[in-house]
Each structure stands twice: as structure tokens, then as C-alpha cells.
Design a protein around this ligand. Sequence first.
Ligand code: MG
Length: 246
Amino acid sequence: MKWKAVCFDLDNTLYSHEKAFNQSIDYCYQHEVIPFLKKYNSAPVSFEDWFFIFKKNCDRFWGVYNEGTIDVVTYRRLRFEETMHAFGFRTNDSLADRFHQRYDDIIDTFSEPDEALLPLMQWLKHHQIKTGIISNGMPQKQYRQLKKIGLNKEMIKKEHILISEEIGFAKPEAKIFIMMADELGEKANSCLFVGDSWEQDVVGAKNAGWEALYLNTRKIPGTTAHEPIHECESLGEVFDWLIDNS
Ligand SMILES: [Mg+2]
């Protein structure tokens, strides 16, 4: 194969973060919001109606959070409290914080590996292609996710897992890819990166001299002139493409 190493993003690349997110928020709604509304004798709305507005508020405040104007706690309070206000419900910061604490505690229990993940990792191992994970996020949460989807130490070496909050820099910064290539002992142009975010994964990898494969699960076109080597809509398609190009 052309590549000596194939590395992956985690969320929405190796498992469906969106599915796990929806199920976790539903759980938190039933266990935090509904009891709170009952306490104040407010008639609850269906989860579907509440979630529709919540998702809109996630998108509405994502930009300012992503630019670094507000921190994660403020972002989460805003998306939660604006949703509660939209239905005329009483709310406060401590309810918003409790809701998200519960979300952090349970999200990994809803994560299921993509069905192509373990066969793909075994195939790469069999072909002596090195593997790694580069993920933006909190270490504890991301390690729990990795464990939940079956990526243990035998599958991926600990030193080949880079989590942004643990090392102090994040995708799309080139140095996170340079650090990974060093850990792998490979040149940048022998490494392929697979991820679902154009801005973090494709732009980051290409700017560091890696090849990039865009896993476009949400059918969002690229936003820059960078050219990934290929585009797929599922991890299964990535696996097929790797077999065809090995
Ligand atoms: Mg991702």
C-alpha cells in the first residue's frame, strides 16, 4: 500500500456521534428536565419538539464558541436556557449544568462502533499498516469512547492516540499531525488521515503534508481549495476504497 500509516478522527468517523448525542440528550431530558417541570407544575412538551429547538440553539451558538468568544460552560448554558425560554419554561444555570454533567456521564454508553470499524482495523493490522487516532476533545471522555467502541491497547497503541485537551493543541494545527508522524516514525507523505470534518481533518492533514480522505457523512461540501484524495459517505466505503487502493 502507498501509505505506511492510516490515522483516524474519532467522533462521527469511527462511531455515530450524532446518534449517541440524540439518545443521550433524550435521556437527560427525561431525567432532568421533566422532573424539574413537574416540580413547578409546568406541562412538559414532547422530547421531539424540545430537541428540535435545542438543536437549533446548538447551531446558533456553535459559531461564537468555535471562535473562542465563549467557553464550553457558557455555550452549554446558552443552548439549554434559550431552549427552555422558547417554551416559556423556568430555568437556571444549575439546571443547565446538571443536565450537561449527566450528558458527560452517559454519552459513551450510547456509543456503538461503526460496523466496518473492527474488520477495517484488523485488515490494517494484517497488512502491517500502522494506525492512530487524532481527536479534538477531553481525554477522559475520548478514552472512554475508545474503550466503548472496542479500540483497546492491542488494536491501537496508547502513544498513537492524540487527544487535543491532553497535549495542549488541536486539529487543524499542523503540529498535532507532525507529532503523530513522529510517534509513528513515518514521513508525512506516507500517512493518510480519515475524518468527517473538512476544516479540522482535511485542512489540518493536507496543511501538514499528509494525504486526507474526507468521510462526508453529513454531505457537506468542502469549504476551501484543499483536495482530499477521495471522498466517502461511510466507514464501510473507506474500507472498500482502501482495499481497492492497496
Ligand atoms: Mg469528527
